[in-house]
Write a protein that binds this ligand. Structure first.
Ligand code: MTE
Ligand code: HPA
Ligand code: MOS
Length: 766
């Protein structure tokens, strides 16, 4: 089987597509409920930072159907569900640190009763000073973790000697994950005091561990099962934990099955989001636009606790470079503690927040020099044999950015359209068009080395059907489909013979989160390892049976020396000859090392690349805008499933466009999130997709030995819509003939666009 050259992938439908479209794919809330099931709803803090003086729950308990009200005192084990640092209470114990923090939980015979009752508590607070603003937190040195620093070369000297310098501020907001299926956990008491938990989570093993800690159980007493999520996007990497714990604590105490399904408003009020970032930068560059020095402070809004902020900030630092070689760099990254939801993973995991700052600076340089930003980008791209070391010391081994960018520049007709836009704008005083091409480079691997491992189980039954189980979770991204494809290839059988089971902590143990885009890289390899072991045993048996070498498994047939037999018949013979027809498999990513203090090493196995060209039209009187056309060229290596990968690329592009344009998180002066439902929080819809949308995969087999030489595709394309943001900025800057840099904040809402235009008219350059 040619695994290295050629195109091993094929566009088979998502393994659940037929169930999705028929509404028959069971999510956690669709599991047939056990007799006696109760329902939980949280009672939440109405203050951003306060001590709780008294809680009066009488009115709560008086609501018909209420069975119990639990507070921190009812937690038998640790009152904590933090993924790394233990600073995440399950239920607030005397102190509330953000508006929306769960204080108690109502358990009732119906969801409606529980939710109604939860609103009836009388809580007396003693207010404490609240920090609501990132810059304020940075000023006050209010951190959840110590600052991270990266120094490469000598930024100070290089800056002093630079031909030109620019400095300023950039502001980029956070983003709600807005998974269509909200957070949900369903816990049932199990034999011997244990818990069986169905949980919508990207990280079943961590749910197993936090529940065990909360209940003082051994890990082997908690079983977590996850068949599929209706989206996770990072929001269910760690933050499914609080609900898993609450449902389990209640199930254990009441000895009844308990379901906790979050109301959308509660979900948005309680859970963390993508970190908003504030930047203060200085950049030095020569008269051509070649970058000579970068000095930047990045302040991330961590919220009230650490959660995953440490690795998110580390990834932001390691993605500042994006596709560009930087010689002399100084980065300070701050994990700012604010009295708000604890921010967490969101597709890209800090990478987008790092890279967008560099793109903003490059955009500024271009305007300063009167050049097309693409020219400045091309000048600064990583090189192949020189200018190929990242600020964190990793060599960029397979840089394809210059070729990929050139191919897209051609196929999108960039130069011609640039000219056409210029003449359109000359004749259009109010409606202005803008265009931008932005590249991306994204590092693949967890930036915590030991997470880069996975296990799998493959069973062949005697009818020739195959069951695959692995540590990864399905959230719509097509992981189970791709892993099944890998197994189908290894065994030479069709997809219809293969079924993927729910992820289950009692099958494959000690799994990593399905995150960092590594799901297929890790679990695909583990499943391949398992399938290969079975195939090797079958090959030996077939050799004996057919009495010859050269056994082949293809097209649901086993063949050897001119003879052949249907796969299922051959499996019966193998079984009767007592051949082991199942196997485990394991994989760990080779060659990773990382010094988190010096921020140096090789944290990524390889990089994924891509680029997009976006064209927009902006109404300079109202700030409204529309995306007219998008052209994308993305590197998924040898794609295992081009249809699924293109879906990932286009989905991430539109999702990232939402982050940078319409999705605005607004907290009021009391620290209450006012945008906690789709009525006030605008995610993109089908009408926001461009009428012309060209997406292609770049032909580029992975130079590293990944499964089928593919590349991870889940997160990298989230960086593609930088081109939308910079196209809008391009349109805005036409208002004064590109003489100044519009101070455009993200999200570029109509208000932000009008503010930027006003600033230009008032001569306030960014
Ligand atoms: N695609 C869908 N449909 N739903 C999701 O929740 N999550 C994204 C990405 N694509 C997500 C998705 C995120 S944040 C990650 S890390 C990867 O999928 C995880 O899956 P993978 O590693 O199998 O690509
Ligand atoms: N991505 C997602 N989750 C993680 C990572 C990462 O890079 N590192 C640690 N947890
Ligand atoms: Mo994705 S943010 O790594 O879950």
């Amino acid at each position: 089987m040619a695994l290295i050259s050629g195109k091993p992938g094929w566009s088979t439908p998502h393994e659940s597509a037929h169930l999705h479209v028929a509404g028959e794919a069971p999510y956690v809330d669709d599991i047939a409920e056990l007799a006696g099931t109760l329902y939980a709803a949280p009672g939440t803090s109405q203050r951003a930072h306060a001590r709780i003086k008294t809680i009066d729950l009488d009115a709560v308990k008086a609501v018909a159907g209420v069975v119990a009200v639990l507070t921190a005192e009812d937690i038998p084990g640790h009152n904590d569900c933090g993924p790394i640092i233990k600073d995440d209470p399950i239920l607030a114990d005397g102190l509330v640190q953000y508006f929306g923090q769960p204080i108690f939980v109502v358990i009732a015979t119906s969801q409606t009763a529980a939710r109604k009752a939860a609103k009836k508590a009388k809580v007396e607070y003693e207010d404490l000073p609240a920090t609501l603003d990132v810059r304020e937190a940075k000023q006050a040195e209010s951190w959840v973790l110590p600052p991270a620093r990266l120094r490469q070369g000598d930024a100070q000297t290089a800056m002093a000697g630079a031909e030109n310098r620019l400095s300023g501020e950039i502001s980029v907001g956070g983003q709600e994950q807005f998974y269509l299926e909200g957070q949900i956990s369903y816990a049932s008491p199990a034999e011997g005091g244990g818990i069986h938990l169905w949980c919508s989570t990207q990280h079943p093993t961590e749910m197993q561990q936090v529940v065990a800690h909360a209940l003082n159980l051994d890990f082997n007493q908690v079983l977590v099962e996850m068949r599929r999520m209706g989206g996770g996007f990072g929001g269910k990497e760690s933050q499914s934990a609080i609900f898993a714990c609450i449902a389990s604590i209640a199930a254990k105490q009441l000895n009844r099955p308990v379901k906790m399904r979050l109301d959308r408003d509660d979900d948005m009020m309680i859970t963390g989001k993508r970190h908003g970032f504030e930047y203060d930068y200085e950049i030095g560059f020569d008269n051509e636009g070649l970058i000579q020095a970068v000095d930047i402070d990045m302040a991330a809004q961590a919220g009230f606790s650490a959660d995953l902020t440490g690795p998110v900030v580390a990834r932001a630092v390691c993605h500042l470079d994006n596709a560009y070689y930087l010689n002399d760099v100084s980065i300070n990254a701050f994990s700012c503690k604010t009295n708000s939801q604890s921010n967490t993973a969101f597709r890209g995991f800090g990478g987008p927040q790092g890279a967008i700052a560099m793109e903003y600076m490059i955009d500024n340089i271009a305007r300063k020099l009167g050049k097309d930003a693409l020219e400045v980008r091309k000048l600064n791209y990583y090189g192949t044999n020189t200018r190929n070391v990242t600020p964190y010391g990793q060599i960029v081994e397979d840089n394809v950015i210059p070729e990929l960018s050139a191919q897209l520049e051609q196929s999108s007709d960039y130069a011609e359209r640039r000219k056409a836009i210029r003449s359109f704008n000359e004749n259009s005083p109010i409606l202005r068009k803008g265009l931008a091409l932005t590249p991306l480079k994204f590092g693949i691997s967890f930036n915590v080395v030991h997470f880069n491992q996975a296990g799998a189980l493959v069973h062949i039954y005697t009818d020739g059907s195959v069951l695959v189980n692995h540590g990864g979770t399905e959230m719509g991204q097509g992981l189970h489909t791709k892993v099944a494809q890998v197994v189908a290839r290894e065994l030479g059988i069709s997809m219809s013979r293969i079924r993927a089971t729910a992820t289950d902590t009692s099958k494959v143990a000690n799994t990593s989160a399905t995150a960092a885009s590594t799901g297929t890289d890790l679990n695909g390899k583990a499943a391949q390892d398992a399938a290969r072991q079975i195939r090797d045993r079958l090959t030996v048996f077939a050799g004996e049976y057919f009495g010859a070498d050269g056994v082949e498994f293809a097209n649901d047939t086993v063949s050897c020396a001119g003879k052949s037999m249907p796969f299922n018949e051959f499996i019966v013979l193998a079984y009767q000859s007592r051949i082991q027809l199942w196997s485990d498999g394991f994989y760990k990513t080779p060659g990773l090392h990382w010094d988190g203090v010096k921020m140096q090493g090789s944290p990524f196995y390889y990089f994924a690349y891509g680029a997009a060209v976006s064209e927009v039209i902006v109404d300079t009187l109202t700030g409204e805008w529309k995306l007219l056309r998008a052209d994308i060229l993305h590197d998924a290596g040898n794609s295992i499933n081009p249809a699924i990968d293109i879906g990932q690329v286009e989905g991430a592009y539109i999702q990232g466009m939402g982050w940078l344009t319409s999705e605005e998180l607004v907290w009021d002066t009391n620290g209450r999130l006012t945008t906690h439902a789709p009525s006030t929080y605008k995610i993109p819809t089908i009408t926001d997709c461009p009428a012309e949308f060209h997406t292609e995969l770049f032909d580029n087999p992975n130079v590293k030995d990944t499964v089928m030489r593919s590349k991870a595709v889940g997160e990298p394309p989230l960086l593609l819509p930088f081109s939308v943001f910079f196209a809008i900025r391009d349109a805005i800057s036409s208002v004064d003939d590109h003489q100044q840099n519009p101070p455009l904040r993200a999200p570029a809402t109509p208000e932000a666009i009008l503010d930027a235009i006003t600033a230009l008219r008032e001569g306030r350059d960014a």
